[in-house]
Design a protein around this ligand. Structure first.
Ligand code: PFF
Length: 446
């Protein structure tokens, strides 16, 4: 079965695909706002610390598991002699399926706004357009289906001809267009105030809110690095022996962070130029506030179209990695062809997304973010750190073109990452209970 398994045509192909997975709505849509609201450069330092101490080592565990097993996330554990751990892979696959269902709804919004920017459809009423026309209802379902169809088509095309080929086009386009937008944004009025809001280090905010900032930084790091959903396990399982996991991982982490930063250099000057309050966050921010800005800016149609195209490319290149997780599980466990698996699973996922397109997106997001994601990262890191152990360090070193501090890595995986996740998990479950009304208010770190 392994001999005719899919693989990347080149190492660069893997890096592009993985960067495509990592760079997504999380970078362009969430990250800049989170930084702006939580203390700017001071938050950035905390976040980078979390990415380095927790995100990067955790990403390498997924790479190690995927490449060593050459299997999908569910069977990877059994292939390496840890059959009982496959439940962690099961949670990862479930998380991927679950998240894709509403990620695709947001993807549908983005398509809608690409068209709406080009035609000026939302320019007269940017605020009500989002809530009344775009966000929920039959239209939202329709655009969600279009987005999912694109994702299915790419994944059905295969690892090399579908995913690798498309991300090689999408990822450079995202970077080039975003740089162009950031350069243009320097010409806007109020750009200095925007940079100051975005990046001036506000230690007091960070210190006062560290208890809530830390877990949300951990959650954000996992989400933006595409961890906990089996995506990186799956992509690494298509790798050959001579790739350098630490170097590839480093490139992915750095590029992913740079794109998030860059998005802020686009978003905040636009908001400041029009005196829009950047703190008015929430799920619709990119659509309502930025849509409102594009409606007023000269050349707003063009700029809006370019911006939402960037967002769309980022969303598609991430969504395909989510669908690939369950497709790889299906293809390796049934007689289904890749096309059939992509169509069936994409279709089922589209159905699961319908409630999100009718206003329940926040709940779906919370379950994923606060429960499924940390649980699955915990399973993978405990398995790799404590069960695979020496095999894991050997795998990390195999093909590594640089000196690899694999023992230090192992201890980060064994101790630092689980502690970080434990904290997020406890706080996440607490907030789910508060949301469900079981707890009236937060007890821990309130
Ligand atoms: N990393 C993506 C983002 O930042 O939007 C989201 C994501 C994609 C998470 C794929 C997980 C994944 F498997």
């Amino acid at each position: 079965m392994t001999s005719d398994r899919a693989s990347w045509a080149s190492r660069v192909g893997f890096v592009f695909a993985a960067v495509g997975s990592a760079v997504g709505l999380g970078n362009v849509w969430q990250f800049p706002f989170q930084t702006g609201q939580n203390g700017g450069a001071a938050f950035l330092v905390v976040y980078l610390g979390v990415v380095l101490a927790i995100g990067f080592p955790a990403m390498l565990t997924e790479f190690v598991l995927g490449r060593r097993s050459q299997r999908n996330p569910v069977d990877a554990f059994a292939a390496l002699g840890g059959g009982r751990w496959r439940v962690a892979g099961g949670i990862a696959a479930l998380a991927a399926f679950w998240i894709l269902s509403f990620y695709s709804v947001v993807g549908g919004w983005v398509i809608r706004y690409v068209v709406g920017s080009a035609t000026g459809a939302y320019f007269d009423a940017p605020t009500t357009y989002f809530s009344e026309v775009a966000a929920t209802g039959p239209d939202a379902v329709a655009f969600h289906l279009v987005f999912m169809a694109v994702v299915v088509a790419i994944v059905a095309g295969g690892v090399e001809d579908g995913i690798e080929r498309s991300t090689k086009l999408m990822v450079p386009s995202i970077v080039v267009l975003l740089v162009a937008l950031a350069v243009w944004a320097t010409t806007l009025e109020g750009v200095d105030a925007a940079y100051a809001y975005y990046l001036s280090p506000d230690l007091a905010t960070v210190r006062a809110n560290l208890a809530s900032i830390l877990p949300s930084a951990v959650g954000q790091a996992f989400f933006t690095l595409s961890l906990g959903m089996g995506a990186m396990i799956t992509y690494a399982s298509y790798l050959g022996e001579d790739d350098s996991l630490p170097v590839d991982g480093g490139v992915i982490v750095v590029l992913n962070t740079l794109v998030g930063l860059l998005a802020g250099f686009v978003i905040f000057p636009i908001l400041f130029a029009l005196g829009v309050d950047p703190g008015s966050g929430g799920a619709g921010t990119a659509f309502v506030t930025l849509g409102g800005a594009f409606a007023q800016l000269p050349a707003g149609r063009l700029l809006g179209t370019v911006f939402f195209v960037v967002l769309l490319l980022a969303a598609v290149s991430s969504a395909i990695s989510l669908l690939e997780v369950t497709v790889s599980v299906a293809v390796e466990n049934t007689a289904w062809s890749r096309r059939r698996a992509a169509g069936t699973l994409g279709g089922a996922c589209a159905v699961l997304g319908v409630p999100s397109a009718f206003g329940h997106l926040a709940w779906f997001n919370a379950v994923a973010y606060e429960l499924l994601l940390p649980l699955s990262v915990l399973g993978v890191t405990l398995y790799v750190g404590w069960v695979l152990a020496d095999d894991a360090t050997a795998e990390l070193e195999r093909g590594a073109s640089v000196a690899t501090p694999s023992t230090a890595w192992l201890w980060f995986v064994r101790l630092v990452v689980p502690v970080g996740i434990g904290l997020t998990l406890v706080l996440g479950v607490q907030s789910l209970l508060v949301r469900a009304g079981v707890l009236t208010e937060a007890v821990l770190l309130a």
